[in-house]
Unconditional design. Structure first.
Lengths: 376, 402
């Protein structure tokens, strides 16, 4: 009945349904708001025991083929997990590790895949270093250089917004090699030779780092397949956009639930403030914006592997969800009144996270620009 | 009824496609309405009645309604195919929408055998056009406050009061009517009853209302000691509110059973892209303007978001926490988007945006301008967007009543 070109298509696998159900419960149990607040003050920013449990649950290997120790499903099945993690404002290296695995699957050599993917599926953390101080999201805009010398490779340049860098066992870095984009794999020793500084970022549940690569030396075997690097970078952008969208959708639902609770409990002039249409209607619009976001999210998950259709669906989902979550969180602060202006009120956690999520893997304007060329 | 096979449906699709390809009438020399609410002249009315009748006779309307009352007795999937073929082949709208999609399913679900026999076939054949008498001049959004009175006198009911926004009011043969038949009730809803009444009787006067577009399409309908037959009551006395709410569920597509058929031709996002290629700004096609491109993409994302929400309703695990959210919000989301889309299509036209219907140099004869002004009928009618937001706020999100 639907013309997919205009309408898109949505679907839900049995595995997605099961994971949605189990992740909803698990994340709610493990990450109540007191824990989120405690981990903000913690250097690591997450509980390693919880990350280990997630690995035992199989969540780190969902989209890794069975031959490499994973479950052999698709990124679509990672979506409900990340959505529910977002709903409970969880941090930790699951996102970065999942995306690193995707990069390896897209461009890793046979040896790299065979030796590292099973480790990632088992719960060793890894991360990606893509963005640079020029702050352009275009994954092909790379200033960092890799130079061949003495049978090895020397790196030069700086990466920013590298999440969980100090705990990562591996780091995949985008560089220019002889004028073309390439990906290199840093092992723990190479990571130790980088100069790493923690960045102060708006979402305090994150751990993000500036990584100076100058002088890092690697062997030739650290290169991922150069002929596949460009395509891998595109795929990372879309995979990252999909998962950032999932995380934002989850967080937005909690943000609205929190706001609703306040609108019902808080009384002014003898009435619950939620009875005033000036507060009720914008809250309804925030909710409906997130309903649309969630529909876009599951459509993007459903069609992620469908080439151009998948790209359109993912970019639409990301372009819609960032601003929709932003609006919900912006109104959450306003509708909490004076309390909303305090650090103690959770509304700020959501607003900060919305800004973080919007700026991961391209903001709304970035994706709409790409969409204009894809669909107009 | 066993569900139809793919082959049967495909066969039906081919037949329907061939029939509409051959039978869809050419554009007449007057402008046809895009929705059933925009029928303003007798020539439009006659043209559309004839067309609906022809579609029904060919078996492409009411295909899933029971055979014994004049329907096709087929699975709903067949009618969906027929409706889709109407859209594809640029069919004019089905005029009798209120009968086909609101009153008809209500009578089939709740009416007596006798009522079904009397009304259903005429609804399909367009012999009996239906209108709806819910809104009143002083109680636009507060439907529960209906003041039109129905008083039992012997074998008859006597009606006094005024209804407004009666689509087809001057053409209709019957009306579904909400009126107050019991005074002094515990709450305002308990006194309401639901009626199926004839329109062509003494004491009923339908006065055309001129719309904001300059066209006609609605009436204000006055009842002055209008005497109706005793059997015109639907359900029990005092059940009016519940039945009216049920009718609104058909209207908002929250409940199935409609006869189907194309009732609204909505200029959609694809039309906006098409217009962006033809309209010019700064001497170049509007679609090359980066700001226009960005706005268009935003609207296309929303358009697809609404379609995806519609599709998501059938995926229960994705609707567990607020199961009525998508259903209760679809009217608000769709009608508001259409309004903004139409507004945007005007804004793309450069200075020609200020032309209007009748101006030979207007783009598409002023179609966008007319569609924009008419789009308010959907954001206001059937419960304004603001009422819809209250419904979602209170019934989906659990906020206290305003």
């Amino acid at each position: 009945m639907f013309n997919e070109g205009r309408h898109g298509a949505i679907g839900l696998s049995d595995e997605q349904t099961e994971l949605l159900e189990s992740a909803t419960k698990y994340c709610r149990d493990k990450s109540p708001i007191e824990t989120v607040r405690r981990l903000i003050e913690d250097d690591l920013g997450h509980d390693p025991a919880v990350f280990a449990e997630m690995a035992e649950l199989g969540w780190l290997g969902i989209a890794i083929p069975e031959s490499y120790g994973g479950a052999g499903l698709d990124l679509a099945e990672v979506v409900p997990v990340v959505e529910q993690m977002g709903r409970n404002l969880m941090g930790g290296p699951l996102l970065a590790t999942t995306l690193t695995a995707q990069a390896l699957l897209a461009a890793g050599t046979a040896e790299q895949k065979a030796s590292i993917l099973p480790e990632l599926a088992a719960g060793r953390p890894a991360t990606l270093a893509l963005l640079e101080p020029h702050a352009d999201w275009d994954p092909q805009h790379i200033d960092c250089q890799a130079m061949s010398a003495d049978g090895g490779i020397t790196l030069r340049g700086t990466k920013v917004f590298v999440t969980d860098a100090p705990i990562a066992a591996w780091m995949i870095v985008s560089v220019m090699l002889e004028g073309a984009p390439a990906l290199v794999l840093l092992d723990p020793e190479a990571i130790a030779s980088c100069s790493i500084r923690r960045e102060t970022v708006i979402d305090e549940t994150r751990r993000s780092y500036r990584v100076a690569l100058d002088g890092v030396r690697l062997s030739e075997s650290a290169l991922l397949d150069v002929s596949l690097a460009g395509a891998a970078l595109e795929r990372i952008e879309l995979a990252g956009s999909l998962l950032a969208t999932a995380e934002m959708c989850g967080a937005a639902v909690s943000c609205i639930d929190d706001t609703l609770k306040y609108l019902v409990d808080r009384k002014q002039f003898g009435r619950p403030i939620g009875s005033y249409q000036a507060l009720k209607h914008p809250t309804v619009h925030a909710h409906l914006g997130i309903e649309q976001a969630r529909s876009h999210l599951y459509a993007a998950a459903h069609s992620f592997e469908s080439g151009r259709e998948g790209e359109i669906a993912v970019r639409m989902a990301k372009a819609h969800t960032g601003p929709a979550f932003g609006f919900a969180a912006d109104r959450a602060i306003q509708f909490h009144g004076g309390f909303g202006f305090t650090y103690e009120c959770d509304a700020q956690l959501y607003r900060r996270r919305a800004i973080w999520g919007e700026n991961q893997h391209g903001d709304a304007l970035y994706h709409r620009r790409k969409l204009a060329d894809l669909i107009l | 009824m066993s569900s139809p096979s793919r082959t049967e449906l495909e066969e039906y699709r081919k037949q329907a496609s061939a029939w509409f390809a051959e039978n869809v009438p050419p554009e007449p020399d007057f402008m046809l309405p895009l929705t059933f609410m925009e029928v303003g002249t007798d020539e439009q009315f006659d043209f559309l009645c004839d067309w609906q009748n022809k579609v029904y006779e060919a078996g492409y309307l009411g295909a899933a309604w029971p055979e014994e009352y004049g329907g096709g007795g087929l699975d709903q999937a067949f009618q969906n195919i027929a409706t889709e073929q109407m859209r594809i082949h640029g069919s004019p709208i089905m005029l009798n929408t209120i009968g086909l999609n609101w009153a008809g399913p209500l009578i089939l679900d709740m009416g007596t055998h006798e009522q079904r026999q009397r009304y259903i076939k005429g609804i399909l054949s367009a012999e009996d056009i239906w209108c709806q008498g819910f809104s009143e001049p002083d109680h636009g959004s507060d439907l529960g406050n209906v003041q039109t009175r129905a008083v039992r006198e012997g074998d008859e009911w006597v009606f006094n009061g005024t209804k407004i926004w009666t689509t087809h009011g001057n053409h209709a043969k019957y009306m579904i009517m909400l009126a107050r038949s019991i005074q002094e009730t515990a709450n305002k809803y308990a006194g309401l009853s639901f009626f199926l009444i004839p329109m062509k009787v003494p004491g009923v006067e339908a006065v055309p209302i001129r719309k904001l577009t300059g066209e006609y399409g609605f009436t204000e309908t006055f009842f002055t000691d209008a005497r109706m037959p005793g059997d015109c009551l639907m359900g029990q006395e005092g059940q009016g509110w519940a039945i009216a709410m049920r009718t609104l569920e058909y209207e908002r597509s929250a409940r199935g059973g409609q006869a189907g058929g194309l009732s609204i031709i909505v200029p959609d996002a694809t039309d906006a892209i098409d217009l962006a290629r033809r309209a010019r700004r700064g001497g170049r096609p509007a679609i090359e303007d980066p700001v226009i491109r960005d706005r268009l993409v935003e609207l296309l994302i929303e358009d697809r978001g609404n379609s995806l929400c519609f599709q998501r309703q059938r995926l229960a695990p994705l609707n567990q926490e607020r199961p009525f959210s998508l259903g209760l919000s679809s009217k608000l989301m769709n009608t508001e988007l259409i309004r903004r889309l139409n507004e945007f299509t005007i804004s793309m036209q450069g200075a020609k945006a200020a032309y209007y219907m009748g101006e030979p140099d207007a783009i598409d004869g002023g179609l966008s301008q007319r569609a924009y002004l008419n789009s308010f009928s959907a954001t206001i009618g059937g419960g304004t967007s603001q009422i819809q937001a209250n419904i979602v706020g209170e019934h989906v999100l659990g906020l206290p009543k305003s």
